[in-house]
Design a protein around this ligand. Structure first.
Ligand code: LRH
Ligand code: MN
Ligand code: MN
Length: 424
């Protein structure tokens, strides 16, 4: 289904007076409102194709109805999100959960909605029907060369799909590791993985990036072969200039200082991309900003500072993606909340008075340093984010319009109450 333009306009007309009042207030409070609005207009966050259905856990899955039944419907859902917030103009595909049967048609369909193809994700953490060899004991780390070759071939196939769709990056997340001490020779597992990644890297087109995503644990619970940023950095460094580390916020051990990791990876020119989500315990994949919004702000603070120090373009020089899925919310509402949280936090990070912070740091004035950060974090920037949306043709209040336009009910009518989208 499509959200007609007149509905967005009518919604905006109703909300405009209140919005203008809020905007005038914040614009008078902050120094660089115009520049921030422009940066927000440019900033796009990719939506993963597997987040459009209700997520499950290993204990159950409760479909919410109207879930997309195929890739075309997933693209239509992202089209809806993008029409509402104008910040979701990209999709990240997971092969083989979403195999584009006709890449030309899929690319054309996405273009109709203004959607580009972000990083392609390979999958060697599950066995697919008809697959010759099993990944039960790993893929790129496997003791059997034939299994490693199968994983390499799959990744090369994913690159080919990506090329046909106009993507320019590959994210490799491996669940490889071990569940019990003694199960693996760590060095051999690392070497096998490195050699396999090298073969995939060799097939990477010249203008592509390869992202090596790390994760502390799960599904393996004793060791993970790309378990932390140090290991990912090691692989990325050994692979070459086109390889980078990808940070998924949920993939750290509790209380890890993610903002420091981000700062150092950026400094080394090895930060490639992000998977946004939030968590309280592990890889919970909860809505961005729902549990630890201050941590997210501190991460964005480092991103802005580090990217500016290198003269990087915030919108295009890193891969920004949501990687969240959950059991209890309407997935589209959840994604609207996640994108909103990202935009708010990005805007707050742009507000940080960098000169004042640097002076406080030089003076060892710890109190002022904290004040500077919290001054930005405690500023209500929602009107700036809404203004960016308004200027791009989106809705002032995307979630409110999604509900008042009864979009989920229409999707259920169109697709049925019992549809199940592919994904986790
Ligand atoms: C692993 C992960 C990785 C996968 C996705 C489905 O936990 O974060 O990015 O591709 O989830
Ligand atoms: Mn991820
Ligand atoms: Mn994850």
């Amino acid at each position: 289904m499509e959200l007609e333009k007149y509905k967005i306009e009518a919604h905006n007309d109703d909300a405009l007076q209140t919005h203008n009042r809020r905007l005038a207030f914040v614009a008078a409070e902050v120094e660089n409102a115009e520049a921030i609005i422009q940066k927000l207009v440019d900033f796009q966050v990719a939506i993963p194709s597997w987040a459009l259905g209700t997520g499950g856990t290993r204990f159950g899955r409760f479909s919410g109805g109207g879930e997309p039944r195929n890739l075309e419907e997933k693209i239509a859902d992202i089209g809806l999100l993008h029409a509402l917030n104008k910040s979701s103009g990209a999709i990240s595909l997971h092969i083989p959960w979403d195999i584009p049967e006709n890449t030309t048609n899929i690319k054309a369909l996405a273009a109709q909605y203004g959607i580009q193809f972000d990083a392609m994700n390979s999958n060697t953490f599950q066995d697919q029907p008809g697959q010759e060899l099993s990944y039960k004991f790993g893929s790129m780390q496997h003791v059997d060369k034939a299994v490693r070759q199968q994983a390499i071939d799959h990744n090369i196939e994913v690159i080919k799909y990506g090329q046909a769709l106009g993507s320019n990056s590959l994210t490799v997340w491996l669940s490889d590791g071990s569940c019990f001490p003694g199960q693996l020779n760590f060095r051999k597992a690392f070497q096998n993985t490195l050699e396999s990644l090298q073969q995939v890297y060799a097939a990477l087109p010249a203008d592509w990036k390869m992202f090596v995503e790390y994760k502390a644990f799960e599904p393996n619970f004793y060791s993970t072969t790309v378990g932390d940023w140090g290991q990912s950095y090691l692989y990325a460094s050994k692979l070459g200039d086109q390889a980078y580390t990808l940070v998924d916020l949920g993939h750290h051990l509790p209380n890890a200082n993610i903002e420091q990791i981000v700062a150092l990876l950026l400094m080394e020119g090895k930060l490639g991309g992000f998977h946004f989500n939030d968590s309280k315990y592990g890889d919970d994949d909860l809505t961005v900003g729902s549990i630890k919004p201050y941590q997210l702000f501190l991460i964005f603070n480092e991103l802005v500072e580090g990217m500016d120090a290198k003269g990087m373009n915030h919108a295009t020089d890193l891969g920004w993606m949501i990687d969240a899925s959950h059991n209890v919310k309407d997935p589209l509402e959840d994604l609207l909340q996640s994108v909103e949280a990202i935009m708010i936090t990005y805007a707050q990070a742009l507000l940080v008075d960098r000169k004042k912070l640097a002076a406080a740091q030089a003076d060892n004035d710890v109190v002022t340093a904290q004040e500077v950060l919290q001054q930005a974090f405690r500023t209500d920037v929602r009107a700036l984010v809404a203004e960016a949306r308004l200027r791009s043709g989106g809705a002032l209040q995307p979630l409110a319009l999604y509900r008042s336009a009864d979009i989920r009910a229409q999707l259920i009518k169109q697709r049925g109450a019992k549809t199940v989208a592919t994904g986790l």
